[in-house]
Structures are given as C-alpha cells and as structure tokens.
Design a protein around this ligand. Structure first.
Ligand code: ATP
Ligand code: MG
Length: 585
C-alpha cells in the first residue's frame, strides 16, 4: 500500500478531551475519529488493527471447536423481559421503538446475546446427543454506558466476541469452560498482552469460579490483587485475604466507657474527635440478608465486601439496611451503631480482623455517643468470624506467605459459568440419556476486541507514539524513502514494496514528498514494528537501513536479499513477540 493512496490523518497536537495514552495516540496516529462521546469511526489503519485482533480471536475460537454465527443486533424486548434483564440492565439497555404502520415494535440493541442464542437453542436442540456445542460471534454490542470515556476502552457501541456453551452436565460445562479459558490464553498471548487470569465472582454453580482476563495498566478502571510469589490473582470483589500473622496485643482490658460524640458519625470524625486510630475502631453495619437483618463488624480502616458477606451468611441477596431499620435495630440514628447493646437481637458477623482487637471504639447505640474499651467476649459475642472485607494493598496472600499487591487493570475478557439461569427462563431443555427433561447448562465468554487494541497501547507506548506487536500492527513494515523524487531510491523502494507484498508481508510505502524527519515522526507515532529506510547514501553501499520501533539502534543490511531478510525477521518476531515484550510501559 502507498501512503498517498490510503488515508492517514496524523495529528501533532494532543486532541482536546483525550486523557489516557490509548485515546490520545489512537486519535493522533489517525486510527480512529470521534463521532460523539462513546462512538468512533475506525479509519483505515485502525480498522486494519481491529480486523487483525478479530482474526486472531476467530482463529482460536475455531481451533477450540466453537462454531461461528452472527446474531442480529436487534431483538424483541419481550425476550429480555422473560429473563428479567430489562430491569437488571436499566438505562444501560439501548431500546428503540420501530414504527411499522399502525404497529409499534419495541426492540433492544443487544448489549450481549444470551437471550437470543438461548432462544435459538431452545428451538433447535432437544437431546443430549446434540451437545456439547459452543457458538460464537464477533458483532457490535450496544450499551448506554453511564460514562463512556477513555477512547475505545469504554464506548456505547463496541465490537465483542461473545461465545456461549451448551452442555448436558456440570462436568461437561467444566470442559467447555476450560477450552475457552485455554483459547483466551492463546489469544492474549498472540496479542502480546501481559495479562492475568483473575478469579472473579462465581456464577450460580456453587464452588466454581469465573475468570476475568485483566491487563494490569495504570489507567485500568478495575482493581485486582496479585501475589507475585505464588501467582494468586483475583478481582477486588472476589479477592480473599489471608490470615494475619499478628497476634492480639497483650493489653489489659480497659473498663467500658460511654463518651459523648455529638454529631460525630464517620470513622474519620470519631477518630479525630476521640484521638484514636481508625484501626482501633469497629464499624457496625446493619445489613439485610434475604430480608432478615444482621449486623456486620468491620475494623475501622477496612471496607466491607458485600459479596463475601453474602457467601458467609449463605444468602442470595444482601444489602445495607435503610435508615428506619437501622434505627429500629440499634435504637439510634445512622452513625452510632455498635455490637454492645443493640435494641433488637440480630446475628452479629465479624470480619476476622476483629478477633485480635482489644479496647476498641464502637457506636453506643445511643444518639451522639460512642463506647471506648469495648472487648470481644466480655462486651459482645458474635455468630461467626469470616473474611468479610475488601482486600487491601499489602494484605497477606490467601495461598502463600506472600503479600497481595493492589493494581489497576483493564478487563479484556471474561469467562463465566452461567448454569441454567437463561435456559430455565427461556425453556431451553433437553432429554438426557434416561429420557429425563432437564435444563441445558450454559457458559458465556466475552472478549472486547477494541479493548485489546487500547490495552496494547496503554501498556506499550513511549513519548514518540505507539509500539505494536507485529500481529496487530496496521502494517508490519514501513518503507521510508528519504527522497522519493530521486529515481533510484524510488525504484528500489517500489521493488522492495512489491517483493515484500508478494511474500505476504504487510507493507506500507511512505511515498509522500516530505522531509525524512516528518516521515520518521509519523512512523514512530503510528508504531510500525519495522522501519526500512532507503537513502541515496545507503544505496551507494548497496545497503538499506532497518530499525525496530522498540530499539534505539538501526542496522544496515544488504539490499541484495533484503526482502528475504526482512521477511525472516518479521516472521520470527510475530511468532515470539520477543522485541515487543522487551519494552513495556
Ligand atoms: P466492564 O466491567 O468493564 O463494564 P463488563 O464486565 O460489563 O465490562 P462483559 O459483559 O463481561 O463486560 O463483556 C465482555 C467484554 O466486553 C469485557 O471483558 C470487555 O472487554 C468488553 N466490554 C464491555 N463493555 C465495554 C465497553 N463499554 N466498551 C468496550 N468494551 C467493552
Ligand atoms: Mg465482565
């Protein structure tokens, strides 16, 4: 391809409103153009990279035995009502009403496709003999995100690979899930991403975990914990906290004392007012667990984790109680609850960190008052201890003696054991070997194709621009003739272009009549992995100059056999991502 025949509107300045590197660089390198907040046009170079990512995903899905379909973006809202997801998605669901003469047809622009595929399967699959089967598609998804931002990392319209597995047993689902998990590892590996497969909140199938594929990046919107020592990784919702090795301080118990704390309710306010540290305080949170009130005790400097609380008390649903209920249980307004002297007797659950506290500060269950010198056993008892808090940086690892590090990350993919939620709601049943009618067991698996590109750029760029792995670069090689007007330079450049193209290398010839400096800057900004410079001076020695985007040094190679040498280097780098991986930000 010739530069002058395609469309590459590079920009010198940082575009307004672009905050993160992937957004800035995709705009500046002429990969995308913003249509409105959360919607982008892919320009020729951006589209080439997007298609390459899509193709890697497709190849690995096919290799894993998944079968490709393309479901319509539009579906009837009635399908979404049957599964309760009109309410669950709320404003995120993009809904429109089509007018067909007298009739009005309410439709949904799919944010994902469980409903549509399950409905299809319900109509076509009825026997265990037709399973296992995994369908996948790579199609646009629509989500009215509350805050579309960070360029293509979070948009209202994006390209997703979504796959759905259908199995006759939980064991078979395990196998389908593993195939997808392994395919994801190959996909993100080929894309050169340093990813972590982190444990995520499990689906309704007890005991099993789901995984999110996360790329640690400073601008990631998700938080994960990672133990360098043993590799344990989980998202913050899921992350377990290991037992703390610190024994309880051997201090004499102080007498219980009620102190006036007028209008002082938060941990910060109380700690300032009473001159105590947040870790010497106990937060008493009133929750409802499947409608029943419970109290949850969390150390002052820790955060409660609702998912852990839900699992510990074996409830389907937990939520913080409303102020009226808090008043009824504690006898005091919000902000003065404590485990001692609750007006109503409710089960008290405590985070494990409470076990080693002594002489704590808690609310007094009286308006404008707290208690000091509060001690477990003497002053209150608990129904049970469990890991109920959000993990924090430096916490003990739950699997080894290492420490957890808290990191920002970008979710590029998600594999999830769904169970029978959708098959039951939409009547997707099958006859098993004993001729029993049972709901089909499902899994779902998503990858954000656009996010793959953004994650690569977030983690691989420098002051000059993007660094692409060969597999995703819009072009693998850029040929830069220093002076296109010089006949021999032009002729050699065109010949190299033709030879490389014939050999299957994606090559772009920068045939603009521009200063070499301008062309080098653009090449660095866009981030073509290999730059080949053709100059009069080099040609006098029968040589051309090659330079990897991530190297400082260039290399002179013979023009004779040059195309072959370039081909070999590109092939090797594409297979290993060696040079690319050596440089990350
Ligand atoms: P997030 O928590 O980031 O909103 P999600 O968990 O809702 O994502 P899934 O429903 O699991 O996303 O979708 C599968 C994949 O689609 C995600 O792993 C992500 O890579 C991608 N994705 C989701 N939402 C967006 C979006 N608004 N823009 C771009 N990609 C997205
Ligand atoms: Mg997800």
């Amino acid at each position: 391809m010739l530069w002058t025949r395609t469309f590459i509107p590079t920009m010198k300045q940082t575009p307004e409103g672009a905050e993160v590197p992937s957004h800035v660089l995709m705009l500046r390198a002429g990969l995308i153009h913003q249509v409105m907040a959360g919607a982008y046009t892919y320009l020729p170079l951006g589209l080439r990279s997007l298609r390459k990512a899509e193709q890697i995903v497709r190849e690995e899905m096919d290799a894993a035995g998944a079968v490709e379909v393309a479901m319509s973006c539009m579906s009837p809202v009635s399908l979404w009502e049957q599964t309760g997801r009109v309410a669950a998605f709320g404003d995120v669901l993009v809904q429109v009403t089509l007018r067909r003469k007298e009739r009005k047809v309410p439709v949904v622009f799919g944010p994902t496709h469980e409903e549509i595929i399950t409905d299809l399967v319900a109509k076509h699959i009825s026997s265990y003999r037709q399973m296992p089967i995994t369908f996948y598609q790579i199609t646009p998804k629509f989500r009215n995100e509350e805050r579309p931002r960070f360029g293509v990392l979070r948009t209202s319209e994006f390209l997703m690979k979504d796959a759905y597995s259908f199995d006759a047993s939980v064991e078979a689902l395990g196998q389908s899930y593993q195939k997808m998990y392994d395919a994801y590892c190959r996909i993100f590996g080929r894309c050169g991403l340093d990813y972590l497969a982190v444990e995520a909140e499990s689906g309704p199938i007890g005991g099993d975990v789901s995984h999110e594929f996360m790329v640690p990046a400073s601008n990631g919107e998700d938080m994960i914990v990672h133990c360098e020592a043993c590799g344990y990784a989980a998202n913050l919702e899921r992350a377990e906290v290991g037992p703390s090795g610190t024994p309880a301080p051997n201090l004499p118990m102080q007498p219980l004392c009620q102190v006036e704390t007028p209008g002082v309710t938060t941990i910060e306010q109380v700690s300032r007012f009473l001159g105590c540290r947040p870790q010497d305080m106990i937060k008493t949170l009133i929750y409802t667990a499947d409608g029943q009130p419970i109290a949850v005790l969390i150390r002052g400097d820790h955060e409660a984790n609702d998912a852990k609380i839900r699992r510990a008390v074996k409830a389907q649903h937990v939520a913080l109680a409303e102020p009226e209920l808090i008043q009824r249980i504690t006898g005091a307004p919000v902000g003065f609850a404590g485990p001692k002297g609750l007006r109503e007797k409710v089960p008290i659950w405590a985070d494990r960190a409470i076990q080693t506290m002594c002489n704590a500060v808690t609310g007094a269950n009286v308006a404008d008052a707290h208690l000091t010198g509060v001690n477990l056993q003497r002053d209150f008892q608990v129904a049970g201890f469990a890991d109920l808090r959000v993990a924090a940086d430096g916490d003990p690892c739950p699997r080894c003696s290492g420490q957890l590090a808290l990191r920002h990350a970008i979710e590029v993919g998600h594999v999830f054991k769904l169970g029978t939620k959708y098959s039951e709601a939409l009547g997707a049943r099958f006859l098993d070997e004993q001729e029993q009618l049972r709901p089909i067991i499902m899994g779902c698996y998503g990858i954000g194709i656009n996010r793959i590109l953004a994650s690569v750029i977030e983690t691989h760029h420098d002051a000059d621009g993007i660094l692409w792995p060969v597999a995703l670069a819009p072009y693998e090689v850029v040929l830069v003739p220093v002076n296109v007007m010089e006949p021999q330079t032009r002729q050699v450049s065109e010949q190299l272009h033709n030879e490389l193209t014939a050999a299957g290398v994606d090559v772009l010839l920068d045939d603009r009549d521009q200063r070499a400096g301008v062309k080098f800057k653009d090449a660095d900004l866009i981030g073509f992995p290999l730059r080949v410079v053709i100059s009069e001076r080099g040609l006098k020695q029968h040589q051309i100059e090659i330079k990897w985007r991530w190297d400082q040094e260039s290399e002179m190679i013979d023009l004779e056999g040059g195309a072959q040498a370039i081909l070999q280097r590109i092939r090797h780098e594409k297979a290993t991502n060696q040079g690319f991986r050596s440089r990350s930000t």
